[in-house]
Design a binder for this molecule. Sequence first.
Ligand code: BGC
Length: 466
Amino acid sequence: MEFQFPQGFVWGSATAALQIEGATREDGRGDSQWDVFCREHPERIWQQATPDLACDHYHRWAGDVALMKALGHTGYRLSIAWPRIIPDGTGAVNEAGVAFYRRLFAALIEAGIEPNVTLYHWDLPQPLARAGGWENPATMDAFLRYARVCFEAFGDQVKLWATFNEPSWSTLNGYVTALHPPLKHDYRAAVQVAYTLMVTHARTVALFHGLGGDGKIGIVQNMCPVYPATDSPRDAEAARIADAVYNRWFIDPALLGRFPEDAVELYRRNHILPEMRREDLDMVAADSVDFIGVNYYFPHYASADATETLFGLNTSGNRDEDCHFSIKGLFKFVRNPKGRYTDWAWEIYPPGLRDLLARAHRYRPGLPIYVTENGIGAQETLDADGTVDDQYRIDFVREHLEVIHGAIADGMNVRGYYMWALMDNFSWLNGYKKRYGFLFIDRETMRRVPKKSAFWYREVARRNGF
Ligand code: BGC
């Protein structure tokens, strides 16, 4: 075997509650901002898809755990739906919601699959969203209470926790590109929310450690590496700024205990810096995550040639349609003319993963790192023989695993890999068109069909390498 992984390396896959559970109105679950967004803006989502049924995991969880076991998983990353635990965000705890996750965690543990649980994967309870969402400081308090409820209800079962999934991506899409709820294009709000999320994260870590359990807590970040588009000094500067607002604003507080000075300066100059209270900064400084989760899909290339403000996500699945992210006068992301691209125009660039693992290692040498998401979206149908021959997914995962193997050989403490995703799911604006799973979901029958990649991964997990 060429790539042997360390003993105990976690072989898993990932999902998020809203994307797979369905049963959005069952057993007392409240609305999240995404349920309402899908209802109010069906035109923004491919084929007006909704998360109402999703993968019907809420009813099929036992079979799904059995499939994970059959595929040799030793870990599974999932998220808890806040509106299932506290339906209106602040009121009574919904015991049926708690019972659902307790059953699920018990089945996973019984199957030898360690749960890695994210508290927040974007499904903010709607009453909190209506009251201003993360712009309203009350949301921070509501989240801390929700986190405490979860730690107390599941702490005996769950030993790996993450506070937020990709605070950078949800802030940018919620408050800059206006593609995700609350559909705002408001830089001041964006910076305020980005600040609040990181302070909330730090307070949650402190709360968790204060409870004194034996679990570990971290955060899951999408650390898209940003490279200059050319070797001009202007593009180098554009890449530095893009990295500051896109990555370092979120990574630095979590791993270094402070907000990056250059971004603070930029926001101050533009009069959009929120009040940074001493007590918040002390919280951030004290933040001591036990691990970092890294989501990696693609890198960015920044150009200084940003003459307009323009945002657009490829939702067509046509690889010639570019994604747009350009902030006038600051930076614009451009395509790599030499890059390999997926059907959604996301570049396939495994060395980018190496760069961000190296950054995490540089920031906090030896800190355990999990690759909490990595995968490839494609349009897929069942072959005539009733399977999916997704060789491209095998190639994609193998190339990234080779990078992880090299990083471990060089002393980085990478503990596990969670492929996105266990199953095809509700892929936000792309609805059910963009398929990511090891398991193909037949949308008519909800039948799960393991793709070729699932069998390949089973062998990798069994042999602890390839
Ligand atoms: C998110 C997932 C999402 C995936 C693929 C990540 O940014 O965490 O929820 O489905 O990207 O689009």
